[in-house]
Design a protein around this ligand. Structure first.
Ligand SMILES: Nc1ncnc2c1ncn2[C@@H]1O[C@H](COP(=O)(O)OP(=O)(O)OP(=O)(O)O)[C@@H](O)[C@H]1O
Ligand SMILES: CC(=O)N[C@H]1[C@@H]2OC[C@@H](O2)[C@@H](O)[C@@H]1O[C@H](C)C(=O)O
Length: 352
């Protein structure tokens, strides 16, 4: 087993998650420490700004290069703060654009600089080979969920609620089916920021004080994304016009409607069998309004992944440690059932 550090900066733009994983790229041998380094507010604001401009940006744009350097140095700081001896780093980078239908997915971050700063080899650019081969380039976490869940009863669903939601279904025979489900917390974060000045509806306080506007929810659910079968993936900004549609609502009712939107989107995903259990990871598991809405719309037990001994905050960082070792070994990262690619695909690049 190798000691690998995974680094993930997700769509919620809150910071960098770092975690140590012991793995041979097939099995998980053990977990080490995990932590999050929040982005400095200025960097977060600059990244947020970049999302709206990413489609027209050139890779050598001076402002972009400056941000990429600052972002990479936060990742190097996360590696140092983790303080775990390691042999390899998996560096996801910050997604600023995801349009697989145009053959584009873009994660920024300077792997050469990170390798130099840490003195370790770095695996990076996990998604573009899949997109180049006609896949969605996301989600990539299913193969890691399957390795973690090897001993759990099936069929099983693992749901990650970050900025965007994504789901892994593991069938009775181990078949994997995955997709992004719709919004996770990103819309709620933006709504909360607009109304409270804080970019998060902490503990679902706003949403729990409001009522769902089912009529507006139905219009949100009319989005063509929900009629597409899995596998399918999303750009963080895909549902951004939802904020205009709910603009007529009070802060509380808007938040309640967005929490219900996240849950209804999950419930709208058609799966080959009914999961015996739903395990939820990512920051959304801390929002009771979302968890209650999930339970009522799914009609099934919904638990945090902690109930099976996983760390719901560290899972994605651990995933990119696992995938880094798979990159190093030339093992596949994606499969027809997870990204829609034809045949299983290797991916990622290495430096250092
Ligand atoms: N106590 C809490 N109450 C409500 N929401 C919370 C709480 N803690 C975290 N969150 C939500 O979780 C989000 C962060 O989740 P997470 O770190 O899983 O996202 P991410 O990894 O950046 O995104 P993605 O998985 O889409 O890449 C925050 O944006 C916030 O909205
Ligand atoms: C393009 C991109 O960065 N997608 C992320 C994002 O965050 C959640 C969801 O959207 C998922 O598709 C993916 O991350 C996870 C880790 C994945 O690839 O499995």
């Amino acid at each position: 087993m190798r000691r690998v550090i995974g680094l993930m900066s997700g769509t919620s733009l809150d910071g960098v998650d770092a975690a140590l994983l012991e793995t041979d790229g097939v099995r998980v041998g053990g977990f080490g420490r995990a932590l999050t380094i929040p982005y400095p507010p200025r960097l977060r604001a600059d990244l947020r700004d970049l999302l709206d401009r990413a489609a027209d940006l050139l890779p050598d744009d001076p402002g972009l290069l400056q941000l990429e350097r600052a972002l990479t140095l936060v990742h190097a700081e996360a590696v140092r703060a983790l303080g775990e001896p390691a042999e390899l780093i998996g560096f996801h980078g910050q997604t600023i654009l995801h349009r697989p239908e145009e053959g584009r997915t873009w994660q920024i971050g300077d792997a050469v600089l990170l390798s130099r700063e840490t003195g370790l080899p770095v695996a990076f650019d996990f998604r573009s080979a899949d997109v180049a081969a006609g896949g969605q380039g996301a989600p990539l976490v299913p193969v890691f969920h399957a390795a973690l869940a090897a001993a759990l009863p099936r069929p099983l669903a693992v749901l990650n609620l970050g900025g965007v939601g994504n789901l892994t279904f593991i069938g009775g025979d181990g078949t994997l089916l995955a997709c992004d489900t719709g919004p996770g917390n990103a819309l709620l974060d933006d709504w909360a920021l607009r109304h409270t000045g804080v970019p998060c509806d902490r503990d679902g306080a706003l949403a729990l004080a409001g009522h769902v506007d089912e009529r507006i929810l139905a219009t949100l659910m009319a989005h063509p994304f929900f009629r597409r079968p899995a596998p399918k993936s999303l750009d963080r900004q895909a549902f951004h016009d939802a904020l205009d549609r709910i603009a007529v609502l009070s802060p509380e009712n808007g938040a309640a409607t967005l929490a219900a939107f996240t849950a209804a989107a999950v419930a709208a995903t058609s799966l080959p069998a009914v999961p015996t259990r739903w395990l939820v990871c990512g920051g959304g598991r801390r929002n009771p309004a979302i968890m209650r809405a999930l339970e009522s719309r799914l009609g099934a037990p919904v638990e945090s992944v902690e109930s099976v001994g996983w760390d719901g905050d560290a899972l994605e960082a651990q995933c990119f440690a696992f995938l880094a070792e798979r990159v190093r070994l030339g093992l596949p990262l994606s499969f027809p059932g997870t990204t829609g690619v034809t045949g299983s695909r290797t991916g990622g690049r290495m430096v250092g």
